[in-house]
Design a binder for this molecule. Structure first.
Ligand SMILES: Nc1ncnc2c1ncn2[C@@H]1O[C@H](COP(=O)(O)OP(=O)(O)OP(=O)(O)O)[C@@H](O)[C@H]1O
Ligand SMILES: [Mg+2]
Length: 323
């Protein structure tokens, strides 16, 4: 088996009485063994749908997919043996203790009590919740609960772990802590496929990623490769009055800046001479009585990549739970 996951021309449509929703639209990609691979995309992009296909929980409308070397349709049982899946909503029973939750997972995987006990010991140390084993799940913090759920998902030592938005709802500190643990699992040889709508998460955690939008692949590569696609520095301005947009456009036009994206609230322009242009913008807006709400200069982030490729901010389509 050379690739942990391979997907060829995969499509998936949900059909109900009234309509057909194409959630995944002819995507192809591979995931190497032992890497953290991410799907970054806004709400409704098709991230969960793809993961549910690869974890054998949903059928394929068209195309083919292999996980751990097995066909997800014709060899679903073998696929399930080799994967762990921690879904978007989490699944630990609030009224069980942490140890009981893990023992139940062990039973579901048909492991002997001894093997389960050994792995609970090992994973609770690795994921840093050994002191919490006798606590009720309902008393855990969000970050602690996620770590227990991940342990449930990998108690049978799968080759490939699927995590659907593992850090949604966690505060930044807990999020960074979970990234560290996910990297530890990767360093121990596991392949990890996660979905996220957090740019920082995709950037910090992924060895490679795909930007997904409307069921289609928008871009693919390492975070560094993707950021290199957007040349120069990014200047974002937010206008107080949208009537000033035309004046700003004229100004950029005069300076022969064509690498510019207009958003609902202003502009993002890309230029090799960031600081110089910032000074010019200040001068021009002052002289022309244009009020700015915000002006920022930054080296391109994955948000700029998304913006450059789709013409919209990833945050617009994301969820309102950034903390
Ligand atoms: N059971 C379903 N029946 C009909 N349409 C569905 C169903 N589940 C998902 N969809 C639609 O398929 C598309 C992709 O949904 P999916 O859940 O895969 O997106 P996602 O990228 O995981 O989004 P989120 O970030 O909100 O979790 C959306 O348009 C969604 O409304
Ligand atoms: Mg989802």
């Amino acid at each position: 088996m050379d690739k942990a996951i391979s997907v060829e021309n995969l499509s998936m449509a949900y059909r109900n009485k009234k309509e057909e929703i194409i959630a995944v639209d002819n995507i192809s990609f591979t995931v190497n063994q032992g890497e953290v691979f991410s799907f970054l995309g806004p709400s409704g992009a098709g991230k969960t749908t793809t993961q549910r296909i690869l974890t054998t929980l949903l059928p394929i409308t068209d195309g083919m997919a292999h996980v751990a070397g097995y066909n997800v349709i014709t060899d679903a049982k073998k696929v399930r043996k080799n994967i762990g899946y921690v879904g978007q909503l989490g699944g630990a029973d609030p009224n069980a203790t942490v140890r009981e939750s893990l023992e139940l997972s062990g039973k579901l995987y048909r492991q002997s009590k001894d093997v389960t006990a050994q792995r609970i010991d090992k994973l609770s140390k690795l994921l840093d919740f050994h002191e919490l084993l006798s606590r009720f799940v309902r008393t855990l913090s969000g970050g602690q609960k996620r770590r227990v759920e991940i342990a449930q998902g990998i108690l049978h030592e799968p080759k490939v772990l699927f995590l659907d938005e593992p850090t949604t709802g966690l505060d930044p500190q807990n999020r960074a802590n979970l990234w560290k643990h996910i990297k530890t699992l990767r360093d121990n040889g596991m392949t990890i496929f996660l979905t996220t709508h957090y740019l920082e998460e995709a950037d910090a955690l992924s060895d490679r990623l795909i930007i997904l939008d409307h069921g289609k692949i928008v871009a693919e590569g390492t975070p560094t490769e993707l950021k290199k696609r957007v040349s120069g520095e990014a200047i974002s301005i937010e206008l107080k009055n949208s009537q000033d947009a035309d004046k700003m456009k004229q100004f950029f036009h005069q300076l022969a800046i064509d690498n510019m994206i207009e958003t609902d609230i202003g502009f993002t322009v890309y230029t090799p001479k960031g600081e110089e242009l910032v000074a010019d913008i200040f001068k021009y807006t002052k002289n022309n009585h244009i009020e700015l709400v915000k002006l920022s200069l930054s080296i391109p982030s994955l948000n700029d990549v998304f913006l450059a490729l789709t013409g919209k901010e990833l945050r617009d389509g994301g969820k309102e739970d950034e903390q």
